[in-house]
Design a protein around this ligand. Structure first.
Ligand code: HEM
Length: 453
C-alpha cells in the first residue's frame, strides 16, 4: 500500500465530512421520504446543526437557483471525504482556476464532436453485446451495474483517451464503490488505541481501493494508443501540462482530470442505463416501443450520430429515468460569504445540500411524480416545464460538461441492448435506494439476460 493511499485511508470518514454526517439520514430504510418530510415541514429549507457546523438542506427550486445561478460565486464546491477520488480535478475547484482548467477541455464536449465519437462507442457496445450473448447462454443472474459500468468505462476510454480500458473495471469500480459508500465510513475509520493511531481491520479495504485507484491514470497514459488519433482529450491535457504558459496545468492535474472522468463520467452513465433497464423490465410495452423505434430509424445497419438525434422515444425513456433516479441526487456547496436563503442567515462556512431528487419527485412540478411516464419528455415538452424543475445534470455554470455526451451514450446503448436482449429483473421486489454519493440500488441490480431471436 503506498503512503499516499495510507494517508487517504486515515482521513476517510472524518467526522467533518458531510457525507459522513448525513449518513444517519441516508442510511434509513426510506432516505428520500425522511428528507422530503423534513423539507416539506420547513418550507423547502431545513437548517441542521452538527456540532460547530450548520448544514442547510434545500428542496425548493428558487433556493437552488439562488445557489447554482443567481449567487453562484458565493457557493464553492464541496468535496471533503472524496478528495482521493478526484484530487483537484475541475469538478472540485472554483473561480479563475476552474475556468483555466475547463477551457481547453470544453471543445471535446461540444455537440459538434459527438458524431465523431460514435464509431468508438459502437466498438465498446459490440464488445458488451458479445459478452451479453455468452452471459445469456448461462442463464445465471448478472449484476447489471457491473455490466453497464464496464461499458461506460470502455466508451469513455476509447472516445476521449484513444485507449482500450487498461485495467479490470469490475475489480476497480467495486473497490471504489466501497470507498464512496458513506454508510461504510464509520466502520472503516481509524481508531485510537492507547494514544496511537492504529488501523482497524476493515480500514485496509478502502486504503487498498484507493491504492488501486491512484494507479489508474498512469495506466491510461502509458497504455498503447488504440488508433493513434492526434486530437483527443487526453492529448490536449498532456500538452497543457507541458506548456509553460499554462501554469495552472501540470502532470498531477492530468492525473486528477483522468480520475474525474473515470468516475464521474462512467458511474453516472452506468447507473442511468441500469435504472432504465430496471424500469423497462417492469414496463415491457416501453421496451417494445424502443425496439420498434430502432427498427424504423436505423434498421439493420449501424446507427450514426444523426440516427441518435431521431431516437426521440428512447431519449424520453432515458430522461424520465434520470428524473426518477437522478444519479447525482444531492449537490453540496460551502458558503464563501454571508447570505440569506428563505429568510435564514447563511454564514460563510455553512454547507448547502441541494436535493434535486426531491424536486424531480415533487407534485408541484410533476403530475403523478412517482409514475414512470416517458411521454413527459416528448419533443417540445421542455417549453411546458417549470424552469429548474429538472436538474439531473445540475444548473448554471457548473452544469455537467458531459451531459450531452452521456445522453448520446445512453440512448445509443439502450436502443441497441434492448433490440437484441430482454433483461429480466431477478431481484426480490423492486430495488431500494441507497443514497450514497450517487443514487445506488441497495444490493445491486440483478438481471437475467435473454437473447431475442
Ligand atoms: C447520466 C450521466 C451523468 C449525470 C447524471 C451527470 C451529472 C452531473 C452533475 C449533476 C454535475 C454537476 C454537479 C454539481 O453541480 O455539483 C456534473 C458535473 C460534471 N460532470 Fe457529469 N454527469 C453525467 C455524465 C458525465 C459524463 C459522461 C462526463 C464526462 C465524460 C461527465 C463529467 C462531468 C464533469 C467533468 C463535471 C464537472 C463540471 C464542472 O464543474 O465544470 N459527466 N455531472
Amino acid at each position: 500500500m503506498t503512503s499516499e493511499a495510507q494517508a487517504y485511508s486515515q482521513t476517510l470518514g472524518q467526522e467533518e465530512s458531510i457525507w459522513f454526517k448525513i449518513s444517519p439520514f441516508v442510511n434509513a430504510a426510506d432516505p428520500m421520504g425522511i428528507l422530503k418530510r423534513l423539507c416539506d415541514k420547513a418550507g423547502g429549507c431545513v437548517p441542521v446543526s452538527f456540532r460547530s457546523e450548520r448544514i442547510y438542506f434545500l428542496s425548493e427550486i428558487d433556493y437552488m437557483r439562488h445557489a447554482l445561478v443567481d449567487n453562484v460565486d458565493n457557493y464553492g464546491k464541496y468535496f471533503d471525504g472524496l478528495k482521493p477520488i478526484f484530487g483537484k480535478a475541475m469538478i472540485t475547484i472554483d473561480g479563475a482556476l476552474w475556468q483555466k482548467v475547463r477551457q481547453p477541455q470544453q471543445p471535446y464536449f461540444h455537440p459538434n464532436v459527438y458524431a465523431s465519437y460514435m464509431p468508438h462507442f459502437m466498438v465498446a457496445l459490440r464488445n458488451r453485446l458479445d459478452q451479453w450473448s455468452k452471459l445469456a447462454q448461462t442463464g445465471e443472474p448478472v449484476d447489471m451495474l457491473e455490466q453497464t459500468w464496464t461499458l461506460a468505462a470502455d466508451m469513455v476510454c476509447r472516445a476521449l483517451f484513444d485507449r482500450e480500458v487498461p485495467f479490470n473495471p469490475h475489480a476497480v469500480f467495486g473497490a471504489v464503490k466501497a470507498y464512496t459508500d458513506a454508510s461504510g465510513h464509520k466502520s472503516i475509520r481509524m481508531k485510537r488505541v492507547a494514544g496511537e493511531l492504529s488501523e482497524v481491520t476493515e480500514a485496509e479495504a478502502p486504503a487498498q481501493a484507493i491504492g488501486a485507484w491512484l494507479t489508474l491514470p498512469e495506466a491510461v497514459i502509458s497504455a498503447e494508443p488504440w488508433q493513434n488519433r492526434e486530437k483527443t482529450l487526453l492529448n490536449v491535457m498532456l500538452e497543457c501540462a507541458k506548456d509553460p504558459s499554462m501554469f495552472e496545468w501540470d502532470h498531477q492535474q492530468v492525473l486528477d482530470e483522468l480520475k474525474q472522468y473515470l468516475w464521474a463520467g462512467t458511474e453516472t452513465t452506468a447507473l442511468t442505463l441500469g435504472w432504465s433497464l430496471f424500469l423497462l423490465s417492469q414496463h415491457p410495452e416501453v421496451a417494445e416501443k424502443i425496439r420498434r423505434e430502432g427498427e424504423q430509424i436505423y434498421g439493420d445497419r449501424e446507427p450514426n450520430g444523426d440516427d441518435i438525434e431521431k431516437l426521440s422515444y428512447t431519449r424520453s425513456v432515458v430522461l424520465e429515468t434520470l428524473r426518477l433516479y437522478p444519479p447525482a441526487w444531492a449537490f453540496i456547496r460551502t458558503a464563501l460569504g454571508d447570505d440569506t436563503i428563505a429568510g435564514h442567515k447563511i454564514k460563510a462556512g455553512d454547507r448547502i445540500v441541494m436535493l434535486p431528487y426531491l424536486v424531480h419527485h415533487s407534485e408541484k412540478y410533476w403530475d403523478r411524480p412517482e409514475e414512470f411516464r416517458p411521454e413527459r419528455f416528448e419533443p417540445g415538452s421542455i417549453k411546458k416545464r417549470v424552469k429548474y424543475s429538472y436538474l439531473p445534470f445540475g444548473a448554471g455554470k457548473r452544469f455537467c460538461v458531459g451531459g450531452q455526451m452521456a445522453q448520446m451514450e445512453t440512448v445509443l446503448a439502450l436502443s441497441q441492448l434492448v433490440r437484441r436482449f430482454r433483461a429480466e429483473w431477478a431481484g426480490d421486489g423492486p430495488p431500494k435506494i441507497a443514497a450514497s454519493v450517487t443514487l445506488l440500488p441497495k444490493g445491486g441490480l440483478p438481471f437475467r439476460l435473454r437473447e431475442l431471436s
